[in-house]
Design a protein around this ligand. Structure first.
Ligand code: ADP
Ligand code: MG
Length: 223
């Protein structure tokens, strides 16, 4: 419990900082991106297609980092309503597939008969994207990403399984702390956000990991 509390304290500090500057930074960023895209299409810049592509990619990455920080903002409005988790997964499938394709990862959806859950669909989308992104990034030489839903007792479980290299034990011991990353370009915020989202949903994260891969169970209470 003590660990959970200090984790939350840290998240709150990060969240407040994020809320204070993220919106301000995002507006000019959007303008810059818009003009860059416009200029990139002009014939006089046709020799610089690659550079414009890289510039846009870097801006998108910046935007992604801002989104991750914003997710930690405590004052975010949570909109809980009855939602079908399977529908959310089906809607995200093309996006996950698109991320996976460049790394030779195949994506398997295995959706069971589950009840509607009382959730914030935007947050659950983010949870799914964070978990699947990590799964894909762990499979550096390809493999299978399996996304499964099922009912067990009074719970609905979302299971994300990868065949990646596993979570190192020093990371497992501290998973969910902000800024913990083993990646050169990582923010170390994905799992912190997942824990926060789970807390708000009364859901539990259960993780099994080893050198053959990682399985993450998100256990939702049926309402
Ligand atoms: P980031 O992805 O930006 O590094 P995260 O909070 O999403 O930050 O993840 C923290 C760390 O946990 C990762 O850097 C990685 O070492 C480890 N990790 C998370 N998920 C997985 C996974 N499915 N397989 C292997 N390692 C993982
Ligand atoms: Mg991540």
């Amino acid at each position: 419990l003590e660990e959970d509390v200090s984790r939350l304290d840290r998240l709150n500090i990060v969240g407040q900082m994020a809320a204070n500057f993220a919106h301000e930074v995002r507006n000019p960023l959007t303008t810059v991106r818009g003009y860059l895209q416009l200029l990139g299409k002009k014939s006089e810049f046709s020799n610089y297609k690659e550079q414009f592509g890289l510039l846009l990619e870097e801006l998108d990455r910046t935007n992604h980092i801002i989104t991750e920080y914003l997710s930690l903002s405590k004052n975010k409005i949570v909109e809980m309503k009855k939602c079908n988790l399977n529908h959310i997964l089906l809607a995200l499938h093309p996006l996950v597939q698109a991320t996976a394709v460049s790394t030779q990862v195949t994506v398997d959806l295995n959706l069971g008969a589950i009840p509607e859950l009382y959730i914030d669909d935007k947050e659950i989308k983010q949870l799914i994207l964070n978990l699947t992104r990590n799964a894909i990034e762990a499979m550096t030489s390809g493999g299978k990403l399996e996304i499964k839903t099922l009912v067990s007792g009074n719970s609905t479980i979302l299971i994300v399984t990868d065949q990646g290299k596993g979570i190192p034990s020093h990371v497992m011991d501290n998973l969910g702390k902000p800024f913990l990353t083993t990646k050169e370009n990582g923010t170390g915020l994905g799992m912190a956000i997942c824990y926060r989202i789970c807390l708000r949903h009364n859901a539990k994260l259960d993780i099994n990991t080893g050198p053959a891969g990682t399985t993450i169970n998100v256990i939702f209470p049926n309402s």
